[in-house]
Design a protein around this ligand. Sequence first.
Ligand code: MG
Length: 383
Amino acid sequence: MTELTSYAVQAGNSRGRAIVEPAPTERNEFQRDRDRIVHSTAFRRLEYKTQVFVNHEGDLFRTRLTHSIEVAQIARGIARSLRVNEDLVEAIALAHDLGHTPFGHAGQDALNACMQDYGGFEHNLQSLRTVDLLEERYAAFDGLNLCFETREGILKHCSPQHARELGDVGRRFLENRRPSVEAQICNLADEIAYNNHDIDDGLRSGLLVIEQLDNVAAFSRHAQTVRREYPGIAGRRLIHETVRRMINALALDLITETRSRISAVAPLSLDDVQAAPALVAFSTEMHEQQKNLKVFLRDHLYRHYQVLRMTNKARRIVGDLFGAFMEEPSLLPPQYQQMSRLEQADTARDHSTKARAVADYIAGMTDRYAIREHRRLFAVGEI
Ligand code: MG
């Protein structure tokens, strides 16, 4: 392995785990974090959670699992080029979406609306809550007991109030400091992955047609080159050849812009990175193109009537489940009843605890589990 830069996060200098454990043998601390994430229950659930398209709509659409693998792949490539910690990047990328609800953003918005009086719901905070608390895999502690740097990388955004509640891992939000280069890479690799795979999935589903994308520079400039190099190319091959060039161009642009920012700031340590403005970034031109692409996807894919029908249904399912469990907590599986300490749920604080347990249960559901659970609770004739 090439030597890491001086401002990369080093496994040997990790700020460690909340509960001290013996050092791993034959792997470093961040490799161990990655392994814990891959073996977690929440990670396996990602396979059956919607990215944009509901899981049962087709076998070839991205799920949260394949999305997370794509993010890890893109982020690792960038980390290697910039000589920062690839193992840490992989751990953060694979964990970044663990807290997502079923049914993608529609599910998160619905659950957040339900949780308004109880501190809200935010999938990114929930990812941290999953690895810190909800996984039940170890005899000695709750959660996965990951390294500080992995946890800090998972927490992409955070309100000042939550930051205060979270203590150490939230401190940078109060001090207006940036996360590590590794975490910054994951954040933008996420964007590279979803913008591109949503185009691919949108075209595959037929909700988007290629002609619509002719006015979107991020796509059309590559599609034109492909058509020039391969006259007569069409359909799937044109789409895939274009999308792969888009991903490549974005990663290269990111590496070039980041290198130039790094050479301007000349950080020597992780501390310098955290004090500097964002170092990992796209060039201004690429940033603009990505912004336009996002607007296009929002207007033509995320707000497509067929997608809205699905998200509307999803919102209703999440809302119904939340309402039913809040009203009748004894319908919850025993471990969530225990978490919510239901027998004493009479003060406002108890109600918040109960609501949080309900939110944890719902957020952990896969799409089809939520659909089944909804049927079990609401359909006459189902048990
Ligand atoms: Mg993501």
